[in-house]
Ligand binder design. Structure first.
Ligand code: ADP
Ligand code: MG
Length: 654
């Protein structure tokens, strides 16, 4: 079955070369029970690893079932380890978080035969552990653990059992048990190779090979040499060896998923923390996008409510909006400008001046700071501000600079609660005002409550309350949408004429239409959304790095597990997928809860801050996609690290 010719293996230990195997030649026939003996360091384990396709010799020839094993790929070697060979190690190498049954099933998973659980149960019964099937390794004695390892090595019906000092960690009674199990297996036709340095153990074998310094120094039979039996199974083995070049069974995705979930549950605190990173990142993305979209929508609504034919005339430069100009370089507006624009009746349908400022309003013991705007009577129609309760102020009141006030709903609620404020007297900056109405609710806009405002006659505002000589803005409603440009031009010409502006002074005032205002507002919200988005993306990135960190820890912590999985037939790809699935799973869980948290935060923002938010489906999809990508990207490196581990070194890892 196995033919080794002149096998050599040299390890490099710093500058020293260790000749672990020096020209070993050996033939193993089907049905043999071989004990390999020799002092420590004589190359027994190395020989086992070569036979078991866990390691490759530097030189020499290895034939399994007449097929050369020289140019086997990693994948093919993994498949043969899974199907042909059963390993038993001195340290058992059971996975501590799994019970006896799951440990035994492990090689089945990599053979794509997870369904054959009964087979695992059979094998457990065969090693005499039927009553311990749900126990974890920590709840078993050493001898029992080793028997689980034997059951695991048997579950794929291997043809060859390789046991490296299987009794080294056991007391003499357990040793006896294990050896009887192995002997029994041999009697049932399995080929068994066992490494040991105890002569009592070797006594069970039919053939004893002694090694020293990487060479075989003796090869003896206990009794007569037997010919191989069970040749039909031999043929089967050979078929598998030949077929190793094709794809056979594969582990299923659900298995990777199950194992990832189990690994996460095994380290709940750690997994929770790394999930938390993604969770916060995704929640931030969702909340920020909700804010951005909400802001955009409310601006649009606001603009729509303004009507599309609105022009705003303001002092100051178009090019320098938002930046204060030097004194003297702006055109100031007065009521004569308003009257003059009002006379352009072919283009201007309605005109209203506006001044604004902040004021302290007091009613009884209630105190509130709000925006106060002084406007003309036309404002009511122009800005859809017909009071919900009470009435707007009249021309007469405007002319007489009457101290009357209309309250926004927020102000009304703050001062009067549920009571009707109409007819009451409030103090605005210590002056008494009579409340004549409550404005209709406009709702929240970007970071501003539009109902947190009060309206008073513009004359009262300028001359009694705010002490302003000039008008802050003139609103003009243009007769028809098509006349916007014409209106803009006519008003501009008029102002130039009225104020006797020179050519270079024409930009000391500005006339803006809705399109301008819209684009400015949109640009602002866009910048803001992008800024918020960047912050959110950064937190997601940090979350991703957290996952990567945890995965790297997990890989190094589970090095021996990886080695074991590889030894029993997991391919590099299997290991890679397992860790990748784990990372993606964590990221996705973080993503799902992040979406929930982010939406919750967005809803809280609306309820408590009054800002408009909007959770869009696209942002949810984006966040989900993001978390999957984060999982893949940041899981990839640790997963690769894991998959590239050398199985023997991994098994030795402390
Ligand atoms: P045994 O199992 O008979 O005790 P091994 O086969 O484990 O011996 O080792 C044979 C020799 O090869 C020893 O001298 C050991 O130190 C050396 N050796 C084994 N594995 C490595 C390795 N990965 N790196 C360097 N030296 C090694
Ligand atoms: Mg050894």
């Amino acid at each position: 079955m196995i033919e080794l010719k002149n096998i050599s293996k040299t390890y490099q230990m710093g500058k020293v070369e260790v000749n672990a195997l020096q020209g070993v030649s050996l033939t193993i026939n089907t049905g043999e029970f071989i004990a390999i003996m020799g002092p420590s360091g004589s190359g027994k384990s190395t020989l086992m690893h070569v036979i078991g396709l866990l390691d490759r010799p530097d030189s020499g020839e290895y034939q399994l079932c007449g097929k050369s094993m020289q140019n086997l790929s990693d994948e093919q070697a993994a498949l043969l380890r899974n199907r042909i060979i059963g390993f038993i190690f001195q340290q058992f190498h059971l996975l501590p978080r799994m019970n006896v049954l799951d440990n035994t099933c492990l090689p089945l998973i990599y053979a794509g035969k997870r369904a054959l659980k009964d087979k695992a149960r059979d094998k457990i019964k065969q090693v005499g552990l039927a009553d311990r099937i749900k126990h974890r390794p920590s709840e078993l004695s050493g001898g029992q653990q080793q028997r689980v390892a034997i059951a695991r090595s048997l579950v794929n019906e291997p043809f060859l059992i390789l046991a490296d000092e299987p009794t080294g960690n056991l007391d003499s009674k357990s040793r006896e048990e294990i050896l009887l199990v192995l002997k029994d297996l041999n009697q049932k036709g399995k080929t068994v190779v066992i490494v040991t340095h105890e002569t009592e153990v070797a006594a069970y074998a039919k053939r004893v090979i002694t090694m020293r310094d990487g060479k075989i120094i003796s090869d003896k039979y206990n009794g007569k040499k037997e010919e191989g039996k069970d040749l039909t199974r031999m043929e089967e083995a050979c078929n598998i060896v030949s077929a190793a070049h094709h794809k056979v069974g594969r582990a299923e995705f659900s298995d990777f998923f199950r194992q990832a979930a189990a690994a996460m549950l095994a380290h709940k605190g750690r997994s929770f923390l790394s999930i938390l990173g993604i969770l916060i990142g995704v929640a931030a993305v969702i909340a920020m996008l909700a804010l951005g979209t909400g802001a955009k929508e409310s601006i649009e609504k606001q603009l729509a409510s303004l009507g599309s034919n609105l022009l705003v005339v303001r002092p100051g430069s178009m090019r320098m909006h938002g930046v204060a100009m030097e004194a003297g370089s702006v055109t100031r507006f007065t009521f004569s400008d308003v009257t003059a624009i009002n006379r352009l009746s072919d283009v201007a349908r309605r005109v209203s001046p506006s001044v604004s400022g902040r004021a302290q309003v007091v009613y009884g013991s209630q105190n509130w700071n709000t925006q106060v705007e002084g406007v003309g009577t036309e404002y009511e129609t122009m800005r859809n501000s017909t009071p919900a309760v009470g009435r707007f102020f009249s021309e007469e009141e405007l002319r007489m600079r009457e101290k009357v006030v209309l309250l926004g709903t927020t102000v009304a609620r703050e001062l009067f609660g549920e009571d009707n404020p109409v007819g009451e007297t409030i103090k605005i900056n210590l002056l008494n005002f009579r409340v004549i109405g409550v404005l209709p609710t406009k709702g929240a806009s970007t970071f501003r409550d539009q109902d947190d405002t009060i309206l008073i006659p513009v004359t009262t505002a300028m001359f009694r309350l705010l002490g302003k000589e000039y008008i802050d803005a003139i609103y003009v409603e243009v007769a028809e949408a098509q006349k916007m440009d014409e209106a803009q031009e006519k008003i501009s010409d008029l102002i130039v004429k009225l104020h006797r502006l020179k050519k270079d002074e024409e930009d000391t005032f500005q006339i803006r239409n809705m399109a301008d205002i819209r684009s400015t507002l949109e640009a602002t919200t866009k910048t803001m959304s992008m800024l918020l988005g960047c912050i959110a993306a950064i937190s997601l990135l940090v979350g991703g790095i957290g996952i990567m960190n945890i995965m790297l820890v997990s890989v190094s912590e589970r090095t021996r597990e990886i080695g074991l999985r590889k030894a029993i037939g997991a391919t590099n790809r299997d290991i890679m997928i397992q860790f990748l699935v784990e990372a993606v799973l964590m990221a996705c869980i973080g993503g799902i809860f992040g979406i929930i948290l982010g939406s919750g935060v967005a809803i809280l923002i609306t309820t408590f801050a009054g800002w408009a938010v909007r959770i869009s489906a696209s942002s949810v999809i984006l966040a989900t996609a993001f978390s999957v990508i984060v999982g893949v990207v940041f899981g990839l490196w640790p997963a690769r690290q894991a998959s590239r581990l050398n199985p023997i070194e991994a098994l030795r890892y402390e």
